[in-house]
Design a protein. Structure first.
Length: 98
């Protein structure tokens, strides 16, 4: 028997700020100016947001689905996202508003 990988449990949702961030992202994504360019989203499009707060692998990952012209939180499934979707675009925040 050969082992090709190892299951690693997510711990990011245990962060005390996870729920607050999730609520904030959901509210902001559903505003008319959430993105810096016009994007024609299609029904069931997925969006993954990954925060790297420390640069040392301390990540928080959020996943959303576009349905009925609104973004909604969906359970994050790494394998489903990696195997069924192509990365169309990516970016970094150069300056965050306070």
């Amino acid at each position: 028997m050969q082992v090709l990988g190892e299951l690693v449990m997510r711990e990011d949702f245990l962060n005390p700020h996870y729920s607050l961030n999730e609520e904030t992202f959901t509210a902001r994504l559903n505003t008319h100016d959430a993105f810096d360019k016009e994007i024609a989203f299609k029904e069931n499009d997925r969006l993954e947001i990954v925060l790297n707060n420390t640069g040392e692998g301390d990540l928080m990952t959020f996943c959303f689905r576009y349905k009925k012209k609104k973004w909604a939180v969906i359970p994050y499934d790494t394998f489903k996202l990696m195997s069924r979707f192509d990365e169309l675009d990516f970016g970094k925040f150069s300056q965050l508003e306070k």
